[in-house]
Ligand binder design. Structure first.
Ligand SMILES: Cc1cc2nc3c(=O)[nH]c(=O)nc-3n(C[C@H](O)[C@H](O)[C@H](O)COP(=O)(O)OP(=O)(O)OC[C@H]3O[C@@H](n4cnc5c(N)ncnc54)[C@H](O)[C@@H]3O)c2cc1C
Length: 566
């Protein structure tokens, strides 16, 4: 997984504004005068499904009172709810497949996050390699990962992710990094070939793809959240209702399917309190992610994924820094964890020892050693990765000092407590064993070479990766596990691929299953099959992924032999 991107930067807001202003052509959209619709009859609030509470609606825009009067009505093949990492690929796919499509979007522009994505090259892998790799990840979540959704990623991300990347390149957005280092050759000859790509920002990528879709006939309704689905008496979902800024309702009929792609529910305190009771410990990275897609899906007869709802944890230090086990101190200047814990689980030890009001803040320390350091994934010491121009570290969050006292002073660590903790840590390094937290001697690196550095660390919840239950085609399923006709979900509001407490999945899996489900729900809804009209694949990008010598890591004797947990 890659690093942090803010949700809607000013630059992206401007781009999004331009997208909104761009002329859109309506393909086959039929505008109608207001009318009443007897088929739209959602459950009354007193009659809520077991997976919902009345308090959920305090935070969500979804409405339960039947909406029967519309300012306009239009008909499309596909209606997408949400213009993020799943919704935008869904819209662009519909356009490429020759379908008519409209998207209801809550915000004034596209709003997407993240930057990493990945896929397996099946032809270069063997079956046992893929199976062993899946098992390695499954073990980390107590075997709770959903094998069908993992297989969906293996089978279709191989086409969908290169398709997203290629369309981005055609729009002038090329990933900043292409790697094959996550490939693994196991001791028994099992092999999995994995490609990772990192975008500068998914936000700008999705804005570009949305512009492309709009120029080719897709219709985006910004600042028009979906507040209700339309369902016929037999349960088929036949459309979605958006609410405009001035409070008018527009009805979008979907002749093939509605795709829910409305993101997670981290800002719906009622849902969070029910499903992630410990999340008060660390900040939520996003705003306005209120579980609308979950609620719409449940009201249509779906059910929420059983616990656990895996939370994705990001720190503000990324890339190789995620793998350094450097000294960690709390705001009080005390050591609080075994520093080999990965970024994705740092919230757990923090929840035992730090205070809720610390809100994920902590310190990570290292010195200026250039030898004898714990090697980074790039094979260079941390000191070489800080400073102006570093791709991995925002200079504003790093401070330095020529003495331990000066470092603590500059970083805002209580000096007496901080210096005592560092000295105690150095004693553990000197004896080559850690009496306090059990860090292996090989991973202990003393703070003894000035100048010393401190990262003012932050850790927060960037996504809750669990949504409404779906089948192996991402159709929303009901209590009896039957698909609800006309309704798919894609993105973090779909299914429960991980099932663990924290998200421990292959790097980029989240964005990739999101892109993939966005694209393939539409293909499945339109064709009943999983074959895109204009397929892409690894071959389109193989030059980008090749190393300097033209080869890939899965061919190299240096290929990794085990997964790296970050
Ligand atoms: C800072 C950060 C970094 C991340 N980095 C990575 C990474 O590197 N790799 C990775 O794999 N994953 C990463 N993730 C996790 C995840 O992949 C992203 O959050 C991703 O954007 C989720 O995609 P999505 O389409 O499911 O939801 P979103 O991208 O959040 O899109 C949902 C959209 O629906 C809209 N919406 C919500 N409600 C409604 C409604 N009622 N009607 C209409 N529209 C609505 C929202 O405005 C939003 O635009 C990161 C997450 C964050 C926050």
């Amino acid at each position: 997984m890659g690093g942090m991107e803010t949700n809607i930067s000013r630059r992206n807001l401007i781009k999004g504004g331009a997208a909104f202003a761009a002329a859109a052509t309506l393909l086959g959209a039929s505008a109608c005068s207001p009318r009443k619709d007897a088929e739209n009859a959602p459950a009354a609030k007193s009659d809520l499904p077991a997976d919902l509470r009345a308090s959920d609606f305090k935070y969500s825009v979804v409405e339960t009172d039947p909406i029967t009067s519309f300012a306009s009505e239009e008909t499309y093949d596909i209606v997408v709810v949400g213009a993020g990492c799943a919704g935008v690929p869904a819209v662009l796919t519909a356009v490429e497949e020759g379908a008519t499509v409209a998207c209801l979007q809550k915000e004034a522009t596209v709003a997407a996050n993240g930057n990493g994505c990945s896929f397996v090259v099946k032809e270069a892998s063997n079956l046992s390699g893929i199976a062993r790799w899946r098992s390695d990840w499954a073990k980390l979540s107590d075997w709770r990962i959903n094998p069908a959704l993992f297989q969906y990623y293996v089978d279709y991300a191989e086409e969908a992710v290169p398709w997203v990347i290629s369309r981005g390149i055609e729009e002038g957005i090329t990933p900043i990094e292409f790697l094959t280092d996550s490939s693994i050759r196991y001791d028994d000859g099992s092999l999995v070939a994995v490609c990772d790509a990192t975008q500068e920002s998914n936000q700008s990528l999705m804005v570009a793809l949305a512009n492309r879709a709009e120029q080719n006939g897709a219709k985006f309704y910004y600042e028009t959240p979906c507040v209700q689905l339309v369902q016929s008496e037999d349960g088929t979902v036949t459309g979605a209702i958006g609410k405009t800024k001035d409070g008018k309702y527009i009805k979008l009929n979907a002749s093939k399917a509605v795709i829910l792609a409305a993101g997670d529910y981290m800002n719906n305190d009622s849902m969070v309190d029910r499903n992630l009771h410990d999340s008060f410990m660390y900040p939520r990275v996003l705003e306005n992610h209120t579980g609308d897609g979950h609620i719409l899906g449940i009201l249509a007869g779906g059910r929420i994924a059983p616990l656990g709802h895996a939370r994705q944890i990001h720190s503000n230090y990324i890339g190789p820094f995620m793998f350094f086990p450097f000294l960690a101190l709390s705001l009080e200047g005390k050591r609080f964890c075994n520093e080999t814990v990965g970024m994705s689980s740092l919230n757990i030890p923090m929840s035992y020892t730090t205070k809720p009001e610390d809100a994920g803040r902590h310190f990570r320390l290292f010195d200026s050693k250039t030898e004898g350091f714990y090697p980074s994934s790039l094979g260079i010491p941390p000191v070489a990765l800080v400073g102006e121009g570093s791709a991995w570290m925002d200079p504003e969050i790093v401070v330095s000092g020529n003495t331990l006292e000066e470092l603590c002073e500059n970083a805002g660590i209580p000096v007496d407590e901080g210096v005592a903790s560092i000295k105690r840590y150095n004693e553990m390094c000197a004896q080559g064993r850690d009496d306090d937290f059990g860090v292996p001697g090989s991973h202990l690196v003393a703070m003894d070479t000035p100048p010393y550095y401190c990262i003012k660390g932050d850790v927060g919840m960037s996504a809750i990766n669990a949504g409404v239950m779906v089948d192996d085609r991402y159709r929303v399923i009901d209590e009896d596990s039957n698909p609800i006709p006309g309704l798919y979900a894609a993105g973090v509001d779909a299914g429960n691929p991980c099932g663990g407490i924290n998200w421990s999945m292959p790097g980029g899996f989240s964005n990739s299953h999101i892109f993939t489900a966005g694209r393939y729900t539409v293909i499945h809804a339109l064709t009943g099959d999983m074959k895109p009209k204009n397929p892409s694949g690894f071959d389109d990008l193989k030059e980008y992924f090749a190393g300097e010598d033209g080869s890939y890591m899965w061919e190299s004797p240096d290929c990794a032999t085990a997964i790296s947990v970050w």
